[in-house]
Unconditional design. Structure first.
Length: 151
């Protein structure tokens, strides 16, 4: 018996198409979990073009829910998508290990972020004394689908 997803076989994206979308879109939803509780948060991201997504977490006070969840998430999922109309859409889901990036390794991360991340106006109100952290999602699984009219 085939599933609904199997019926979409001709709508699957290649790894190259998945990478192209991740290199261009710059925003998506990061899904985290701890103690059986899920937390999905819209975030800007950078992509190194191969296997890593980078996220900047800006401190908003002593307790950051996003950072607390990230620290306890063994495996994260990330979704990026674009919709042109009902027949022209693409969505990508990647999964992998989430880890904090050491400051010594920030150069490559910031280059990826500068290449395609989208910055919300909310960053202007962030408290810089709250801290700035970069997190990486090391992709080990990726998939993508596109609407009937193709990418």
């Amino acid at each position: 018996m085939s599933s609904d997803v199997d019926a979409l076989g001709s709508n699957r994206m290649t790894d190259g198409e998945v990478n192209e979308l991740l290199s261009r879109v710059g925003v998506g939803v990061l899904s985290l979990a701890r103690d059986g509780e899920a937390y999905g948060v819209p975030v800007s991201f950078g992509f190194d073009g191969e296997e890593t997504l980078y996220f900047v977490f800006v401190g908003y006070g002593a307790e950051s829910r996003k950072e607390a969840f990230a620290a306890e998430t063994a495996r994260a999922s990330f979704t990026a998508f674009e919709v042109t109309d009902r027949d022209r859409w693409r969505s990508v889901v990647v999964g992998g290990r989430l880890e904090s990036v050491d400051r010594e390794e920030w150069t490559g991360a910031t280059e990826a972020i500068e290449a395609n991340a989208w910055y919300p106006s909310l960053f202007r109100t962030a408290d810089p004394t709250g801290g700035l952290e970069i997190w990486a999602l090391r992709i080990d699984e990726r998939s993508g689908l596109h609407g009937g009219a193709g990418p």
